[in-house]
Design a protein. Structure first.
Length: 378
């Protein structure tokens, strides 16, 4: 099924790779890639797929085939498992696997900051979530071959992982009362993640970069850091002390960083620009989340990054649209997103489609084409 879709849509996929590669390189004058990945694939919940690799295979095959069939600038790939719980589990957090389609989550392991000195991480091979993902990759490469890239894992930033291991209020308080303990946790997590990620990349015969959340190409352009907690919750001064040094180490180790965060992290834009080898950012613009400036000349966070970094504009969630544009996907794009983006240079922009209330391929294709047509108009 996947092979047939790849063959039928080979020219379209090659064009998508070309557009994405140009966007990641910030080549001026190139067409903005319009991407979509919100497709329905198989009836199995995430927990069912984790515990049954045949169900994960069914999901991955169906997902890749549908991605290939869309008029999409996001090339098809082999899906992997959620990374959010992996490192916390290695440091003693209990992982909860919901019976619904929701992703797993980790219970805090430490409620007293003084106990972090007793933490001893398990070997990756002894951590269920890490081991299971490695087993899936081996299985997928045997059953699906290596024509498609495998979606490389996204790293939860060291401070974000620390806020899963240590109860967040305790961790935040310790940034003032016991900074040495906070640095100790971040140091251990950073070392563990770099070693784990290096092994993860070695395992894959055809890794896709930069990794989860972002549309991927086969060229090694660096990896993803999900930096939600520190970018949102820390002041610029605290970010520079407790998050920036460890994110820089990751950027140095892997030659490139592509950073994701939910929420409004505009107060930390100038901080993240100091991350070693930062290549791109992903955010959720809108009146309810990360506000976009009305003009390209405003002294605004977005304007400080759009001329220096690739930026993947991801507007799927209803939070970003806010009450004003609730269930008004196209109005949100036509009235808010596109006028603000097109008002300045869009070099390096990767744009999610306006989305659709329905996940059938025809509806998703229509949303992609409508978004592309609005860019042409603009």
């Amino acid at each position: 099924m996947v092979t047939q879709s790849l063959r039928e849509h080979a020219d379209r996929i090659a064009l998508a790779v070309k557009r994405l590669t140009a966007a990641y390189k910030r080549q001026p004058g190139e067409e903005v890639p319009v991407v979509e990945s919100i497709v329905s694939a198989s009836p199995h919940t995430y927990t069912e797929r984790v515990h049954d690799l045949d169900k994960m295979l069914e999901h991955a095959v169906d997902f890749a085939a549908k991605m290939a069939a869309l008029d999409n600038d996001w090339p098809p790939f082999i899906d992997t498992m959620c990374t959010v719980v992996m490192v916390p589990e290695a440091f003693g957090c209990e992982v909860v696997y919901p019976e619904t389609e929701d992703m797993p989550w980790a219970k805090h392991a430490v409620y007293d900051i003084s106990k972090v000195w007793d933490l001893k991480p398990k070997k990756p091979s002894d951590v269920f979530s890490i081991r299971r993902n490695a087993e899936w990759i081996d299985y997928a490469q045997r059953r699906m071959g290596t024509d498609l890239p495998i979606w490389t894992l996204d790293i939860q930033s060291p401070f974000s992982v620390a806020a899963q291991i240590v109860e967040p209020t305790e961790l935040m308080t310790a940034c003032i009362t016991d900074p040495k303990a906070v640095h100790h946790v971040c140091r251990m997590v950073t070392d563990y993640w770099i070693e784990m990620m290096q092994e993860h990349l070695r395992q894959m015969e055809h890794p896709g970069f930069p990794g989860r959340i972002f549309p991927c190409i086969s060229q090694n352009i660096g990896i993803v850091i999900a930096d939600d907690t520190p970018l949102i919750m820390l002041s610029p001064e605290m970010y520079r002390e407790f998050a920036l040094p460890y994110n820089c180490e990751i950027g140095e180790a892997f030659g490139g960083v592509h950073l994701h965060s939910c929420g409004d992290f505009s107060h930390n834009i100038d901080s993240l620009l100091h991350i070693t080898n930062l290549r791109s950012i992903n955010f959720h613009p809108g009146p309810g989340e990360f506000p976009l400036p009305k003009t390209s000349t405003e002294d605004a966070a977005f304007n400080r990054v759009r001329t220096r970094l690739t930026y993947y504009v991801d507007c799927y969630g209803g939070v970003a649209r806010g009450d004003l544009y609730k269930n008004r996907h196209r109005d949100f794009y036509a009235e808010y997103v596109l006028p603000r983006l097109a008002q300045g240079d869009m070099t390096g922009c990767i744009l999610q489609s306006c989305c659709s209330a329905r996940l059938e391929l025809a509806d998703l294709d229509e949303a992609i084409r409508w978004t592309r047509s609005q860019l042409v108009k603009g």
